[in-house]
Design a binder for this molecule. Structure first.
Ligand code: SAH
Ligand code: SF4
Ligand code: F3S
Length: 469
């Protein structure tokens, strides 16, 4: 049993990060014979992509995928720890799985992902959820075959979670959800330690992948017919800072652009590390999408300081304007937290003021959720939940107005859309995204899926556009 420890998760070692290659032992390859698996994924794109790896590992072990949890032999929850409600959803689901296991005791049930990295969560599992079979963390997905094997041999709960990150593991197999769009990790972990955030504890220290490995992955994706890649990291602008070579995010963007893959985007950008050379590269290459997610979190300098964000309202606005002016037709989205400890009505108004100035294309908005072990969880939180709800609602109304306003600019325009699949609203329509990440529903036949097509926008809504070829 290997249990995560809060104190160790904070530590940033000077240990050199090695790159190792994944390989599965033949002895594990028949474990899943005649068995099916079901995975439910919570959280961010990082987890979505981890699930793609987990699926492929399970299929190497001969499991086959099932979309019906009630019938699956192996059930995994890939969890998120970012806010309280993410936690609650998982514990609710565990209740359901327990009932299933009472009826079908042979089911193997487990949790992985960011919650598994939390000491408190694993303690709770060991107390109240002993009937679970496996728990593994974000740093040892590659050990899944061995973990399953141990559980089956010993018929007991197998917990294997490293508190600290280890090596970068290359060549983990991947079963991608899409044939056209692919997630590509460029780095793991985060060293920013924003005071409210659990990610630096659940994902470990920043480790950049070797540029050669990233470029090789993108080239292979292009050869396989992929049209778009999303470069993934919690703070992609800091890419390369931990490498021994002199190579940063602007170098990587340039080299990925030179693979000539049709579309490249990246998430997420911390405003602190956004350099002029990045802006230059993005504006120079047509295949880098003019779409930037630039989390604001708060517009108040007092709150930004308490959050440990290392920029001010003024420097954020300066960066925002630079991006808007230099990158043609850029669309910018953001994340905002309301109700952070000590946020006064004045502080909140500063946030509204930035939203009014930036007129974001869209924003993800959250009520502050204290996370165990983070500095903000210990700050005095004296805002009532009614007040927090009220601020969230006022913020959302403003954000929605600007989202519609931004979409209105598209009316009558011709845009390029990567058609991904059938639209959920009407079977005669296909859906896809512009290079500015606007969702578009287009009347088109199914054989157009996977193409980047010219679309004329005929109608606009707050969250989507309608158009015709
Ligand atoms: N690495 C990204 C953020 C990943 S988490 C970045 O720095 O931009 C996604 C968003 O969740 C954050 O931008 C923040 O707005 C929100 N978030 C993170 N921790 C939170 C907490 N404790 N309570 C509420 N929202 C939080
Ligand atoms: Fe969390 Fe801040 Fe790191 Fe983003 S940059 S993952 S908000 S600590
Ligand atoms: Fe959640 Fe972990 Fe992502 S906490 S937001 S799944 S990095």
């Amino acid at each position: 049993m290997l249990i995560p420890e809060k104190e160790k998760a904070k530590v940033r070692t000077k240990n050199k990060v090695k790159t190792v290659t994944y390989k599965i032992d033949d002895k594990y390859k028949s474990i899943g014979k005649n068995k099916s698996y079901f995975i439910k994924t919570y959280g961010c794109q990082m987890n979505v992509h981890d699930t793609e790896n987990i699926k492929a590992i399970l299929e190497q072990m001969n499991f086959r995928e099932s979309d019906d949890m009630e019938k699956a032999d192996l059930i995994l929850l890939n969890t998120c720890a970012i806010r309280e409600n993410a936690h609650n959803k998982v514990f609710g689901m565990l209740g359901r799985i327990k009932h299933m296991k009472e009826k079908r005791p042979n089911i193997i049930a487990g949790i992985c992902g960011c919650m598994a990295q939390e000491e408190g969560v694993v303690d709770e599992i060991l107390n109240k959820y002993k009937w679970l079979d496996i728990v593994f963390g974000t740093h040892n997905i590659h050990e899944l075959p061995m973990i399953l094997d141990e559980n089956i041999k010993n018929k007991s709960l197998e917990v294997r979670v490293y508190s600290c990150e280890g090596d970068i593991v290359e060549d983990i197999p991947v079963k991608r959800d899409s044939k056209y769009k692919a997630w590509v990790n460029i780095m793991y972990g985060c060293d920013k330690f924003c005071t409210y955030c659990i990610v630096p504890y659940t994902r470990g220290k920043q480790r950049s992948r070797n540029p050669k490995d990233i470029i090789r992955e993108v080239e292979k994706l292009k050869e396989a017919g992929y049209r778009e890649v999303t470069l993934l990291g919690q703070n992609v602008n800091a890419y390369g800072k931990d490498l021994e070579i002199d190579y940063d995010m602007s170098d990587l963007l340039r080299d990925v652009a030179n693979t000539k893959i049709d579309r490249i985007r990246f998430v997420t950008s911390h405003p602190w590390d956004f350099t002029d050379s990045m802006i230059d590269v993005i504006s120079k290459y047509n295949n880098i999408m003019p779409y930037i997610h630039l989390p604001l979190q708060s517009g108040s300098n007092k709150i930004l300081k308490l959050m440990g964000r290392r920029y001010t309202k003024e420097s954020y606005l300066e960066l925002f304007d630079k991006i808007k002016n230099k990158i043609k037709n850029v669309s910018i989205t953001t994340d905002i937290i309301v109700g952070f400890p000590c946020e006064s009505e004045e502080d909140f108004n500063e946030t509204l003021d930035v939203v009014k100035k930036c007129k974001y294309d869209s924003a993800f908005t959250f009520i502050f959720s204290p996370r165990e072990g983070t500095p903000a969880a210990k700050m005095k939180d004296d805002i009532s939940s009614k007040e927090k709800e009220d601020r969230l609602q006022r913020l959302n109304e403003l954000v929605n107005d600007y989202a519609l306003e931004a979409n209105k600019k598209y009316l009558g325009k011709r845009v390029k859309v990567l058609l991904e699949g059938e639209s959920t609203k009407d079977k005669n329509y296909l859906m896809g995204y512009t290079d500015t990440m606007k969702l578009v529903n287009v009347k088109a036949s199914k054989d157009m899926i996977g193409n980047i097509v010219d679309v004329k926008i005929t109608e606009v809504h707050t969250w989507s556009l309608d158009g015709e070829m």
